[in-house]
Design a binder for this molecule. Sequence first.
Ligand code: 5AD
Ligand code: SF4
Length: 446
Amino acid sequence: MKQVFIKTYGCQMNERDTEALRALLKSRGYAINDDAHNADVILLNTCSIREQAETKAIGKLTSLLAQKKRHGTVLGILGCMAQRQGEKLQKRIPGIDFVIGTEKLHRVADYLDEHFTDVKAKPMSTIVDIASEKNSQNKISARDLRPHQVSTFVSIMQGCNMRCTYCIVPQTRGRERYRPMEDILEEIQQLSAHGIKEITLLGQIVNRYGQGEFPIIDKQSPFVQLLEKIQPLDGIERIRFMSPHPSGFGNDLIQCFGQLSKLCPHVHLPLQSASDRILRAMRRPYSRDQFRQIILRLREQIPDIALSTDIIVGFPSETEDDFNATLEFFEEISFDMAFIFQYSPRDGTPAALYEEQIPENTKAERQQKLLQLLEQHSHRHNQKLIGTTQSILVEGKARYGDTKFWGRNPGFHKIIFDGEEDLVGRFISVKIERASTTALLGKRIS
Ligand code: 5AD
Ligand code: SF4
């Protein structure tokens, strides 16, 4: 049996794609091996969002090439970097075998089968398959669940039609394509039959699901209709989604937080910047005040709703005043969690060509300032939970300590407690005793 090692970079969409690929390869007689040294095939499912993501994968590639020379391993590059660079990647790094783009992952097993069984097959190193494919959003549905797995991602769409000036995703993932609602609901029912209790709906801009293609019914967007149809499904106890866009985060969606009992009280809403001038330059179609209104209305529904966001510092031409606007707004909203990125120019995006690129050290300073503020806020939010009892879905063993297990509360806070293996997959109650910036520690009470 041929052994396949797969390493995944980037976002949850990529993780979900890799899971489907694992399932497909297993169904075709390949074994998945966690050790690259024992593999006949090594696949990297790559990310292009920032230069660092690509540098990491290329670093890994270089070390894998040595192994390829020794054992004749097949080395395949998949996903966003494959899509973006195509055959340039093969030319730049001789030794790479096939390069397969984001819409063609379901073809990987075919290429491997040909390679291993057909002596007349094209050499692997000539295969570059990065074409777009109609209905590719419906081809990544196979599952490879772990034993006792309780939480999983469900991709509901692929691609992105927005044109944020910093972002490579529209080029790597193509135009928006939505899966039919019935297929998604059927998939969730099957997941529930396998013991899944928590699902996270995924899309590059998940609240744009179905826009312009599926009807608005009773002033409800297709995404809200989907949430309402998931709510009554037996076995599913928690619903989350990632990541929405502030434009299109309408009242219908905001009201769901008050009305749908399974929808978890946590929203990850990317802000990027709180300077209206920078938001315009980023081509983000909302203002700081519109973002604030969404947060206020969410807090009307659920006063202590957990909030997280993405911020980019050092976008071209960002002045101290622009940055201070972000800093002040960040202070005002007080997010529970945030990902704070230094702007990374991506070839082929408009912002990469803008003059007034910001020096690296200024980006690093601005990132540090926001990270410090975030640390205070996360700590404060976590402290407030001390003494409360939280319902936790137990995910698994914590990384340290033999008896330590972890899970998440509805607000997505990570909670660690003393437990045992058979609690995995169960809902338990934990009383919070201690809090750090990144985690909460508690005692199981039922
Ligand atoms: N540079 C830095 N961060 C970026 N993001 C997207 N493109 C870039 C870029 N060129 C960030 C955004 C987005 C998150 C997934 O990655 O904040 O929300
Ligand atoms: Fe990276 Fe974006 Fe591709 Fe996800 S979709 S892997 S974040 S470039």
